[in-house]
Every structure is written in structure tokens, then in C-alpha cells.
Design a protein around this ligand. Structure first.
Ligand code: BDR
Ligand code: CA
Length: 321
């Protein structure tokens, strides 16, 4: 049976690879791509999404969404993705135009029209939070909302405490995490170490010799440098493709648990930090220090703690072949 997917993205280099993985998946129908400000300004994200859709020979509608986070100043990630968001490769302009209408309305319409749809979010959660503000009932109509965002109890990539997507719009992330939507968080750390493409993996992908394989590597060339600068590892981390792999093949997440989770929105030091009650202390109500547990106990969300990195890489290679 064909599964319906909606992808919300701030389309830059690793987003583009994740889009390819979904668009090339035979059993999946990507009903819409909605674009949000994040890695790049929203119009550039739309252009990059359209370009990627065309490269896949698809005709998925691409909707323009929020230009700025709910409450915070706009921030873009030029150093990680280049001035075009695609590794400064100067790809030609896409021939197609964005779909008419606003991404937030498109997201609401798509969920209403396709109960049981899977949402995959690859950028800040602004569009999804706005959709939930306008139509809170959509939270119950989504079967899964796979979120590339946060880090689970470890160091972040934009600050020591936070991962980029959540840091960009922590207020939106908090609203989505508490909305009752069945969120599955796939943190940045899962794309590091064994899941990051090492020089052998990169050579194997280059040897595929397909336009998609070349595009995936070329548009990520600045990300490769940035990852090495940040972590010291000569490897390409692909957080959005990892999240997409978990969305397409849930078994790629080999350890998944539900926990109370909250997002820091007040401190400057830890802005956008995802605080996970990993020991489920919120369920042990007896021994609270005065004032009770500080973590919100509104709702639990799924946290992916571990992935099968080899299975992720196999799926990636197959999408680019
Ligand atoms: C996330 O931030 C962006 O740079 C990537 O596209 C990914 O969505 C990783 O922190
Ligand atoms: Ca992204």
C-alpha cells in the first residue's frame, strides 16, 4: 500500500538528499513539500526544493512557508551549506514554479485530506507550529511526525546545548512537542560516527556515476568541510537523510522510547536545548523535590536513541543508484 508523506524542509544540501530518498521510494507518495526559513531564506529553500524535485523527475508541489521563526530573529546557516544552500555549485534555476498558496494552509489541507499521513520535518518547526495553532485537531490525524531535530542528552551543533533546527525556533518546537502529535525525534547525534559517510563511503557513492549521486556529494561539499571543522572527523554527516530513513523504514531506529520532553525557551545559554526525561523520573511522582518535577508532563514523545547505520547507508546508496 502506498504511504502518504508530507515533507517540511528548509531545503539546503542534506535536505535535498532526504527529498531524493523520499521521492525515489516506490511505495511512498509525497503529497507536498512545504518550505520554511532555516538553513537559507525561504525563497531560496523553495528554489532548491523545486530543483531537487525536477532532478528526480517528479512533480510534487512545493509550497512557500514561513519567512521567520515565531518569535526570534531570522538566522541562516551559510557556513554549513554555502550561499546557495547547495554547496555554491551554481545550479541552474528550476523551470517550475512554487504551488499557489501558503505552506501552512497546504499542510493543514494535506493532513485533513490524508488521515494517517506521515509528516517528516527537516527544518525549524515554524510551519508545523502555525498549522497546529490554526487547526489543532490535525495533531490527531497524523500517524507519525518524524522530526529531525535536537540532540538526545549530548552535545549540539549550533551551541553546545542545542541542535540547529530546534535552536532556530525553540518556541515552535516546544509547541509541536506538546501538541499531542505523535512526534518521533531523530537527533543530530545519530548522523555522526558510524552513520557519517567516511572517505570509502563517499568514493562508493561517487563510483555510482549517476546524476543523483554526483548531486548528493557535490551539494554537500561545504557541509563536509564544516563537519570536519566542528567535530574533527573527516566524514559527511547527513542528519536529514537519517531522519528520512527512519521515516521510510522505522526499523532503522533500533532503540526507540517515549519520554517526557521539553524545549528550553528562556535561557540564552541553553536556548533550544531538548531536555529529555530519559530515566522517566516524571513517572515516579512520589519523591519529588518541593515544587514537583520541573519537566512538563503534558505528553510523551518518541525519541530515537540508536540507529542501524549500515542499513541507513544501504538505503541512501540505493536511492542514489
Ligand atoms: C539540521 O540543520 C541543518 O543544517 C540541516 O539541514 C539539518 O536539518 C541539522 O542540525
Ligand atoms: Ca534541514
Amino acid at each position: 500500500m502506498t504511504r502518504k508523506l508530507l515533507i517540511d524542509t528548509d531545503t539546503a544540501s542534506d535536505d535535498a538528499v532526504a527529498l531524493i530518498m523520499a521521492l525515489r521510494e516506490p511505495e511512498v507518495d509525497v503529497v507536498a513539500i512545504t518550505v520554511v526559513s532555516g538553513n537559507v531564506p525561504v525563497d531560496l529553500g523553495v528554489r532548491n526544493a523545486l530543483y531537487t524535485v525536477e532532478l528526480c523527475g517528479a512533480a510534487t508541489p512545493v509550497f512557500r512557508g514561513s519567512e521567520a521563526p515565531l518569535l526570534r530573529p531570522i538566522y541562516h546557516s551559510w557556513a554549513f551549506h554555502g550561499r546557495d544552500g547547495l554547496g555554491n555549485m551554481n545550479y541552474p534555476a528550476p523551470a517550475s514554479e512554487p504551488a499557489p498558496g501558503d505552506a501552512v494552509d497546504a499542510l493543514i489541507d494535506a493532513v485533513r485530506a490524508n488521515p494517517g499521513i506521515t509528516l517528516v520535518t527537516l527544518g525549524p518547526l515554524t510551519n508545523v507550529a502555525l498549522a497546529l495553532q490554526r487547526a489543532p485537531e490535525i495533531a490527531q490525524r497524523v500517524e507519525r511526525c518524524v522530526v529531525m531535530g535536537g540532540v538526545a542528552c549530548t552535545v549540539g551543533n549550533i551551541t553546545p546545548a542545542a541542535e540547529f533546527n530546534i535552536w532556530c525556533d525553540p518556541d515552535a518546537a516546544r509547541a509541536v512537542f506538546h501538541s499531542g502529535m505523535p512526534v518521533e525525534m531523530v537527533g543530530w547525534e545519530l548522523s555522526r560516527f558510524a552513520a557519517a559517510l567516511d572517505p570509502d563511503d563517499i568514493a562508493r557513492i561517487r563510483a555510482l556515476g549517476t546524476p543523483l549521486a554526483d548531486f548528493a556529494l557535490d551539494c554537500n561539499r561545504i557541509t563536509l568541510e564544516a563537519h570536519e571543522r566542528l567535530t574533527g572527523a573527516r566524514a559527511l554527516d547527513l542528519p536529514d537523510p537519517v531522519a528520512m530513513a527512519v521515516a521510510l523504514e522505522p526499523e532503522i531506529c533500533t532503540r526507540r522510547r517515549s519520554h517526557y520532553v521539553d524545549v528550553e525557551t528562556e535561557s540564552d545559554l541553553t536556548r533550544g536545548m531538548v531536555v529529555i526525561d530519559a530515566l522517566d523520573s516524571g513517572d515516579q511522582a512520589d519523591d519529588w523535590p518541593e515544587g514537583g518535577p520541573l519537566i512538563s508532563r503534558t505528553t510523551k514523545i518518541g525519541v530515537c536513541w540508536r540507529i542501524d547505520a549500515a542499513a541507513f547507508k544501504r538505503r541512501l546508496v540505493s536511492a542514489l543508484s
